[in-house]
Design a protein around this ligand. Structure first.
Ligand SMILES: NC(=O)c1ccc[n+]([C@@H]2O[C@H](COP(=O)([O-])OP(=O)(O)OC[C@H]3O[C@@H](n4cnc5c(N)ncnc54)[C@H](OP(=O)(O)O)[C@@H]3O)[C@@H](O)[C@H]2O)c1
Length: 261
């Protein structure tokens, strides 16, 4: 990491949770940052504290990433200012727990717009710039739920499956252009995610809960090493092994219970 500390890092969803932690860890490594989310005050407070503590340059961009026009504008603005993004952390996302037919259609579509369309647009725009320069790194934040459809998380688990599959394909596709794509698949972690998703924290989930710091550290290390994907934490790794070693009906059943009861 030491050589790359003049490389700009753009972090989406930097106003809380993993995004805030990515900002802290990259600032500690000396990188200049672009922090993106909707809650401007939070971003400004974080930027001020990182500038003070680490002496790094931090730009703040208030953007609703579920709006494609706003993403295009963000890209144009940064290009016009001469800010070249070398590391893109596609982290912003949200979930919603509940029976599919009882959710509002608008809520389901908003999730798809942010978790799938917004992430795809960011990857396309900044990925092209990286290809031109023949260097760059992209981290896609998926989820353990990417590995299977989960009852009461139907749209979210499907959206994260998209993120994982996109990341795996682009990892191979971008390699020849000097651009690395890595997908991070966290399990239950102590952020604002559960509150936003109106998620029930079951006993099983409480036992599996990680803090954001080791998850983010694992993501940065995997990105730096050019890995295709990473599952942080021993328990999450065991879960993936369990999914690999058992029939789909069995692990889907177990996972749906862990998530819901
Ligand atoms: N925590 C978990 O258990 C867990 C597990 C697996 C995967 N994940 C994934 O991790 C990622 C980060 O979530 P988190 O756990 O850190 O949750 P979080 O604390 O709720 O953070 C979500 C971030 O996304 C931003 N965001 C939400 N909607 C946005 C929009 N329309 N435009 C721009 N930014 C938006 C939020 O900022 P504003 O509200 O200020 O816009 C916030 O900074 C998500 O992709 C999530 O799916 C989380």
């Amino acid at each position: 990491m030491s050589k790359s500390n003049d490389s700009w890092v753009l972090i989406t969803g930097a106003s809380s949770g993993f995004g805030e932690e990515f900002a802290k860890q990259y600032a500690a490594l000396g990188h200049p940052l672009v922090l993106v989310a909707r809650r401007l005050e939070r971003l400004q407070t974080l930027a001020a504290s990182l500038q003070k503590q680490y002496g790094v340059e931090v730009l703040v961009e208030q953007v609703d990433l579920s709006n494609t026009a706003a993403i295009l504008k963000l890209h144009d603005d940064l290009t016009n200012r001469g800010v070249q993004i070398d590391i893109l952390i596609n982290n912003a996302g949200h979930g919603l727990q509940g029976p599919f037919l009882e959710s509002q259609l608008d809520d389901a579509l908003a999730m798809i717009q942010l978790d799938i369309a917004g992430l795809t647009a960011m990857t396309h725009l900044f990925g092209r710039d990286m290809k031109k320069r023949q260097r760059g790194k992209i981290l896609q934040v998926a989820s353990m739920l990417a590995y299977q459809g989960v009852v009461n998380f139907a749209v979210y688990s499907a959206a994260k499956a998209y993120v994982l599959r996109l990341g795996e394909a682009l990892h191979r596709e971008f390699k020849a252009d000097g651009v690395t794509v890595t997908t991070l698949c966290p399990g239950m972690t102590n952020t604002e995610f559960a509150t936003t998703a109106q998620q029930k924290i079951t006993l099983g989930l409480r036992a599996l809960m990680m803090q954001p710091s080791p998850v983010v550290r694992a993501g940065i290390q995997a990105l730096q090493a050019g890995r295709i994907s990473v599952v942080p934490g021993v328990m999450n790794k065991l879960n993936v092994f369990f999914m690999w070693a058992t029939p789909r009906w069995l692990h889907q059943n177990v996972f749906s219970r862990v998530m819901n009861s």
